[in-house]
Write a protein that binds this ligand. Structure first.
Ligand code: ZN
Length: 320
């Protein structure tokens, strides 16, 4: 019997996935969350188990990324490299970024294996959910797309028949959507700020999958300044959509950058959005796939909001 607890990845090797103090994705954005997590763990030690980060192998990373792109990242972060950015200016290259990005991936895969083996049902990688990296490129602070690699791993290694990927980050999960657009085994639902007003400029209502996967993806863009009410209405539509399908695990990208006061977006959610989504997805996972759910922290650039949103997810998934 899997024990009734939430596994949370925790450790400096993981929290050090950052781009320096002057970049929105910096080390201090997780400080408030870490304090909240420690309080929750002190309150209910048996319900939250911390687990150390792990590093992915190149072979695991190549389940999703091309060999050429992996070599490019290695080269860009090697000593003496003159490459300053891994993309067009959002995602800087720096010494060690290959190791740090590989650690995010390895940690996500470690949690996925724990779930697949039945040792736990629910897990959270706060630094995971790097949903903008594509098979052959970096994007939007994301070097390797751990969520997409986890999807490939779940389908090819664990041999799950289908997976659900639900993304409530303020930005569209383009690296998951486009790279699985025609794959019917990936059920996709994404609530985000309208692409006409925010990076990466994608994720429109008419984008519903392609070929055999047509109708198995749903994008729910919200206008700028949407709050909890608009979010909850979109969530309800998404839950009806997800309910039509069968899948073996729920992946949940719980980006915190939709909360009011994020420096990069214009959404106005409160922690209630994350609490409601976590509760609904946990219930969905219990109904559809024996309760298997792997959550990711995703984006979030206001430390107080990150603390609020992610601790809401931990509270619900751990039952604290
Ligand atoms: Zn984001």
């Amino acid at each position: 019997m899997p024990s009734d607890r939430l596994l949370v990845a925790f450790g400096d090797e993981l929290f050090n996935y950052d781009f320096g103090p002057y970049h929105p994705l910096n080390r201090s954005r997780t400080d408030v969350f870490v304090r909240r997590l420690m309080e929750l763990k002190a309150r209910a030690p048996e319900k939250i188990e911390l687990t150390e980060p792990a590093m992915a192998t190149e072979e695991e990373i190549s389940l999703f990324h091309t060999k050429e792109y992996i070599e490019f990242v290695k080269l860009a972060c090697s000593p003496g490299s003159k490459i300053r950015y891994l993309d067009y200016g959002d995602t800087p290259a720096y010494p060690n970024c290959f190791v740090r990005a590989s650690t995010v991936v390895g940690t996500t895969l470690k949690l996925l294996r724990e779930i697949a083996s039945g040792r736990t049902l629910r897990a959270f990688n706060p630094v995971g959910g790097l949903h903008h990296a594509r098979r052959n490129s970096a994007g939007g602070f994301c070097i390797f797309n751990d969520a997409a690699i986890a999807i490939e791993y779940a389908l090819r290694r664990i041999r799950y028949k289908a997976v659900a990927y639900v993304d409530i980050d303020a930005h569209h999960g383009d690296g998951v959507y486009y790279d699985f657009e025609d794959d019917p085994r990936v059920i996709f639902f994404d609530i985000h700020q309208d692409g006409r007003t925010l990076y990466p400029g994608t994720g429109f209502e008419h984008e519903r999958g392609k070929g055999e996967a047509l109708g198995r993806k749903m994008n729910a863009p919200l206008p700028p300044y949407s709050g909890d009410e608009e979010f909850l209405r979109a969530l309800e539509r998404g839950l009806k959509f997800l309910d039509q399908f069968e899948f073996d695990i729920v992946f949940f990208q719980a980006g915190a950058d939709g909360l009011a006061g994020d420096p990069l977006t214009n959404l106005m959610y409160s922690r209630r959005a994350h609490e409601s989504a976590a509760r609904a997805l946990l219930e969905l996972a219990e109904r559809k796939c024996d309760g298997r759910i792997l959550a990711f922290g995703g984006g979030g650039y206001n430390p107080i909001n990150v603390g609020e949103a992610w601790s809401a997810v931990v509270e619900v998934l751990a039952g604290v």
